[in-house]
Structure formats: structure tokens, C-alpha cells
Design a protein around this ligand. Structure first.
Ligand code: UTP
Length: 292
């Protein structure tokens, strides 16, 4: 099995019901975090981590994502005519960042099923999966950290973080033996367990390094929680046959697929910006004082 990870898969076919009504007629992945769509943060992370070919698993209502990573001919001409070269470069670079591929998941049957649509794109090799819901602010891109772990352990790697005990029922939860700083060998995995049945409070977030053996495992996976084909269940079925590790990444993760995470990410990223940070900070102080 090839061990150089150059292909990234980004599933974007979900409905985004937690952000309704904003997502009624536009993809949640295109909602901006400050001035860039959420999906661009994730694409940039993949590229900084070595990805060259990026496959989006899309669906109905997600065409804006394809347009975004394509040339915008009329817009580029307009910017060129007006001499707005900085903006022109920025807009053009988005479509030049990597090679983009698209396949449609006709029915949103779950994340496992979405990933199974990458079968024709992946040879006998390892690849990464990034969920555009999870934006991770870190010095070293999260996926790059995981690839460094992969180089030592040669197996599937799941990015994990500790979550409050009462939140286990919204995550895939890992059980395993700690084998080095931040790395666990996975011995069990459960999708969205209630707190009393959770094996730990170590939760899988939206970054995975998988290999081509995942596809047969997904094929054999029956619908699980919520009637969806869960990637957690497919990975669980490989325990004992594949080496599977969990890695506690370094960085701050925002779940931008839900309202509070989306708001926090916008504030945190804007506060770090030279052109926006100080004015926003003053404003936040003022409205906090006024409302408390
Ligand atoms: P989510 O669980 O966040 O589902 O999927 P969702 O439908 O997008 O959002 P909510 O829960 O209704 O608000 C995690 C990731 O998997 C993708 C989603 O696009 C998201 O990036 N996904 C999920 C698919 O591509 N296909 C599916 O069938 C399900």
C-alpha cells in the first residue's frame, strides 16, 4: 500500500440543518468565516499538509462550491479592467491552489456513504478526509501533524480531542491505550454514545487518515445512528485487521456547522486580523459592558 498522502477527500453533501435557515438555499461550507468561505480554510489546510488532488463529495444545492474553485472569468476581467490586481490575484489563486475533482452523492446517506464515493479516486493507498465543518486554528496544520504521526506508526489516524462528558452523544467516541504523547492505539469506537455508556470522553473530530481498505468496510456497514451509514462504524469493523490510532491534535477547533461554533470562529479569526482586530475588540468590550 502506497504511503505518500497526496489525495484529500472533502465531503460536502450534508444538509447543514443545524444552520437553517441560512443553509436553505446555499451550502453551509460557503458561509464566510470573516471573509473566506469555511471550505477554503480546510482546502488550505489540506494543501499545506501536502495534498495535491482534492475530491469534493458534493450533492444537490452545492454547485457554489464548484464555481468557487473554478475560474470566475467575468469577475476576473472586471478586476483586470479596473486595475484591481491584488484582488485579481487573490481570486485567481483560489482556482489554482490544487487539482479539484467532484463526485455527487445522490442521496445523503451519511458520512460513511459519502466517503465511499471516493472509491474510484483512490488507488491502493492512504488518503486524508477533512470535514469542512471543523476549522482548526493551529501553528502546524492539524492534518500535517497527523501525517507526522502517520510516518511513525503507519496506520489509519483519527484526530481526537477531549470533550465534556455530557457531550459524548454528538461525537464518535474512542477507547484505546495511550502509546505515546498524544497517541492512542484504538481498541473500540462508538458513534454518539450517551454519557453513561461512553467508553471515554475522547472524541473523533473531522480529520482522518484512512486507506483503501475502508471502502469494503463501508460496503459492509449497515445504517447506524440516525439511519445513516456512519464512518465510525466502518472504522470500528476494521479494528484488529488494521492498525488504527487516535491522535490528540494541537490547536483550537471550531465546529462551524453549528451556530455557536460559527460565531466563535468568526470572532476569533477577526480578532487576529491586523485590519479588523483592534476595532472589533473595542466594540466587543463596549457591547459586553452595555449588556451586562
Ligand atoms: P454532519 O453530521 O455535519 O451533517 O456531516 P450535515 O447534514 O452536513 O449537517 P447537520 O447535522 O444537518 O447540521 C458531517 C460532514 O459530512 C458531510 C457533511 O457535508 C459534513 O461535511 N456529509 C454528511 C456528506 O457529505 N454526506 C452525508 O450523507 C452526510
Amino acid at each position: 500500500m502506497k504511503e505518500i498522502i497526496k489525495k484529500a477527500v472533502i465531503p460536502v453533501a450534508g444538509f447543514g440543518t443545524r444552520l437553517l435557515p441560512a443553509t436553505k438555499s446555499q451550502p453551509k461550507e460557503m458561509l464566510p468565516i470573516v471573509d473566506k468561505p469555511a471550505v477554503q480554510y480546510v482546502v488550505e489546510e489540506a494543501i499545506k499538509s501536502g495534498a495535491e488532488n482534492i475530491l469534493f463529495i458534493t450533492g444537490r444545492g452545492k454547485r457554489a462550491i464548484e464555481d468557487y474553485f473554478d475560474y470566475a472569468v467575468e469577475l476576473e476581467k472586471e478586476l483586470e479592467d479596473k486595475g484591481k490586481t491584488d484582488l485579481l490575484d487573490e481570486v485567481r489563486n483560489i482556482s489554482e491552489m490544487a487539482k479539484f475533482f467532484y463526485v455527487r452523492q445522490k442521496i445523503a446517506r451519511g458520512l460513511g456513504d459519502a466517503i465511499n464515493h471516493a472509491r474510484g479516486f483512490i488507488d491502493d493507498e492512504y488518503f486524508s478526509v477533512l470535514l469542512a465543518d471543523d476549522i482548526i486554528d493551529s501553528e502546524i496544520p492539524c492534518l500535517k501533524q497527523m501525517i507526522n504521526v502517520f510516518r511513525n506508526y503507519r496506520g489509519m489516524i483519527l484526530a481526537v480531542m477531549e470533550v465534556p462528558r455530557d457531550k459524548t452523544n454528538i461525537y464518535g467516541i474512542v477507547n484505546g491505550k495511550k502509546i505515546s504523547d498524544r497517541v492512542y492505539e484504538v481498541s473500540d469506537l462508538i458513534e454518539k454514545p450517551e454519557p453513561e455508556e461512553a467508553l471515554s470522553n475522547i472524541a473523533v473530530i473531522g480529520r482522518y487518515i484512512l486507506n483503501a481498505n475502508i471502502f469494503n468496510a463501508i460496503e459492509e456497514t449497515k445504517p447506524g445512528k440516525g439511519g445513516e451509514i456512519q464512518i465510525t462504524d466502518a472504522i470500528k469493523s476494521l479494528i484488529g485487521r488494521e492498525k488504527i490510532f487516535a491522535y490528540e491534535f494541537k490547536g483550537m477547533r471550531y465546529d462551524v456547522g453549528e451556530k455557536i461554533g460559527f460565531l466563535k470562529a468568526n470572532i476569533a479569526y477577526a480578532l487576529k486580523r491586523e485590519d479588523l482586530g483592534s476595532e472589533l475588540k473595542e466594540y466587543l468590550k463596549k457591547i459586553v459592558e452595555e449588556t451586562t
